[in-house]
Structure formats: C-alpha cells, structure tokens
Design a binder for this molecule. Structure first.
Ligand SMILES: Cc1ncc(COP(=O)(O)O)c(C=O)c1O
Length: 394
C-alpha cells in the first residue's frame, strides 16, 4: 500500500500539550497523585446563568443550524461588547462571524487567506497550532524570535527582517500564550506602521483579552488608526467565561474579508452550535461578576507561583495576562523537556516543555495556574523538592 500520509502532514505533530495531558491522566488512572500545570483552560465551572440560557434554548427548540455567520442576536451582543470594551465599531450584519471557538476562527482565516507557498509570520515561542495550520494550508510559517531578556516582546526589527515579497499574513497573539506577555499600545502602533508598509493582513488572536492583571490594558489591533480593514480579530468565550467546551468564538473583520472567510467556515463547519450561541449571548449580556471572581483567583495563584520561582532562583517572567508562567530552567543544567519529563515521572507534576512553542522556548517550561490555589501550592512544593534533588545531584 502507498504511504497515506501526505508530505505536509509529516510536519504537523499531535500537540505536545495533549501528549503531556494524556500521560498525566494515565498516571492518575494508575493511582499516582498528579498536579496538572499543563492545562490551557480555566478550572472554573461555566457560570450558572450561561448554562440556564443553553437549557432554555434547547427547550425552545433551538436545535437547528443557524446562519453561517451565527445568530444575529449573538452578533449584535458581540458588536455592543466590541464598542464598549475594544473601541471597535462594527456592523453585526456584515462584519462578525461566529465560529467553533477561536481555534476554528484561526483555521478558517489561515486556510482562506493564503495560497500555497505564501509566507506567514509567527513568533517563536508562540501558540503552536499557528504553524501547524499554516503547513496544512501548504503555506510557509516564518518564525520571528522573541527574546527572554525583552520579556518575550515582539522584536520589531527582527520582524521586519523576516518580511519578504511572499509574506502575506502576520499571526499576532497578545496577550500571548505561552508567555503571558502583552504588547502595549506604543509597540502596537509601530507594528501597525510595518504592516501598512508591507501590506500585510494581521490575524489578531485575542483569546486572552480579558484575562489581564494589574493596570495592564489590552488594545485590539483593529482599533488602531487604519488597521480595521487589514485585521482579522479573533476573540473567544473559552477563557473569559470559562466556556472552553462550549466551542464558541468569533471573527471580526471587514465585510470584504468576512465574505472570503465565511467560505472556509461554511465548508468546514456550516455554523457554530445553536444553543451554545444562546449561552454565549447570555454570557455577554448577563452579569460579569464570574469573570471578576475568576481574575481575583488567578491573580492570587500568579503571585504565589511567581514568587516561588523567584525564591528558587529560577528566572521567570511575571505574566501580565493569561494564566501561564514560562520559567527558564537552564540554571538547573537541563532543558525544558528534561525538566518536564523528570518532574512528571518523579514528582507527579505535569507541565509543558517550552520547545512545544518553538526553538526559543527550549530552556523553558509552560506552567499553567489554571488549577486551585491548593494545587498551585502543592505543585510548587514538589517543584522545590525536585530542584533541591537536582542541585544535590550536581
Ligand atoms: C492563544 C490561543 N488562541 C486560541 C485558542 C483557542 O481557544 P478556543 O478555540 O477555545 O477559543 C487558545 C486555546 O488555548 C489559545 O491559547
């Protein structure tokens, strides 16, 4: 029989995050105590009023396909939210498309906007599905290195150096996974000037726009002067409302771009889940207290974990947003992969090797604090024991 796997799929890997999760779950099933620092989703339940809205929608028979663009009720609520929170004025009838989470939004955008051989700029480290999807689209991911000493901020000179005639898209992720770094408005304005100069389309992944700490402020790239028509904004209900399993996100873009993107979306999924869209509408129009409570909890955990890494002498960024730390473990004489493997095998703490997010993350691990404060404390206690053991071995 011939090799059924096409060349492009040989370069697309099962995500490392899932691999760690599956191993950790297997260990747990075998009776080991495991602390999960690998998860990329809030540990909180979805708020009750959101669940009630889904139940009511089911009882009211909202079980059919919706418009390919999503229900107009949800799109109107999204448009109001964008005006209030993101300084974006958009037409709900033509400039919003509801998707199966931010992930499908990203896939629909990449598949629709590149031809084979086009180059797409991504960051290293960065959210790994971008490069996979670009390869699936037969396009070429081009990495722009982010430096730790720069707190993993976009290096605009390196970015401009990576642009060629073939560059079509830039994948922007702020707040960023896996680093928790946010680009400030000043830097985004400089980035906007580069995108204009080189006529790039920007896919702005804003999945973590509301999971922001201290006095940091999220700026939507499309809200910058002149950027609306060249930006595909992706937002999601997953992280802001602890609705990862509901699979609802959306794209905001010009009418012209939406008319292109709807054709990938339509051909892949037709429409997002009907009753989950009703729940998403309730999320936007109902009380926002759950989000604030969740942020308070995340903030406590962030502080505890960040301070623990500092005490251990392991260099670590203090995340401005999201729920990840990205410490550099090379001071222990090992890379992130060895650290993550030994930590899970020997101490039952699961985290993700930084190399899963690109070569520049080789010496780091991604630690998610989307687990209870109690688990954070216990996990850090185990990490401290592991670090002591490693230091004694030296
Ligand atoms: C940066 C980023 N974008 C998009 C997503 C996809 O989220 P969802 O499809 O649940 O909206 C994730 C999930 O972890 C993410 O970290």
């Amino acid at each position: 029989m011939r090799d059924f796997e096409p060349k492009k799929m040989k370069q697309v890997y099962f995500t490392g995050i899932r691999r760690v999760l599956e191993k950790a779950n297997q260990m747990q099933a075998e009776g080991r105590s495991v602390i999960h620092f690998e998860a990329g989703q809030p540990d909180f339940d979805s708020p009750a009023h959101i669940k009630e809205a889904a139940k009511a929608a089911l009882d009211a028979g909202k079980t059919k396909y919706t418009s390919n663009y999503g229900t107009i009720g949800l799109r109107k609520a999204i448009a109001e939210k964008l005006a209030k929170q993101n300084n974006l004025q958009v037409d709900p009838a033509s400039e919003i498309m509801v998707t199966v989470g931010g992930e499908e939004a990203m896939a629909a955008a990449v598949l629709a906007l590149v031809d084979a051989g086009d180059e797409v700029l991504i960051t290293d480290p960065g959210y790994s599905p971008y490069s996979s999807m670009i390869k699936i689209a037969n396009a070429v991911p081009v990495s722009v290195p982010l430096k730790e000493e720069n707190n993993f901020n976009f290096d605009l000179e390196a970015l401009e150096a990576a642009i060629t005639e073939k560059t079509k898209l830039l994948m922007l992720c702020t707040p960023a996974n896996p680093t928790g770094t946010m680009m400030d408005r000043e830097n985004l304005l400089k980035l906007a000037a580069i995108c204009e100069k080189h006529d790039l389309i920007v896919v702005s992944d804003e999945a973590y726009e509301q999971v922001v700490y201290d006095d940091n402020v999220h700026t939507s790239f499309a809200s910058l002067p002149g950027m609306k028509d060249r930006t595909v904004t992706i937002q999601s209900f997953s992280k802001s409302y602890s609705m990862c399993g509901w699979r609802i996100g959306y794209i905001v873009a010009s009418r012209e771009l939406i008319q292109i993107l709807v054709r990938t979306h339509q051909n892949m999924v037709l429409s997002a889940n009907s009753f989950a869209q009703e729940a998403a509408r309730a999320a936007l129009t109902g009380p926002q207290t759950a989000l604030n409570e969740m942020l308070k909890e995340f903030d406590k955990r962030r502080t505890v974990m960040y301070e623990s890494f500092c005490k251990l002498g392991i260099p670590c960024n203090k995340p401005q947003a999201a729920f990840y730390l990205f410490p550099n473990v090379s001071v222990l004489g090992m890379d992130g992969k060895e650290f993550a493997e030994r930590l899970l095998d020997e101490y039952g703490v699961a985290c993700v090797p930084g190399i899963e997010f690109g070569e520049n993350g080789r010496n780091n691990v991604r630690i998610s604090y989307a687990t209870s404060l109690e688990n954070c404390v216990e996990g850090m206690r185990r990490i401290e024991e592991f670090v002591k053991k490693v230091q004694e071995e030296k």
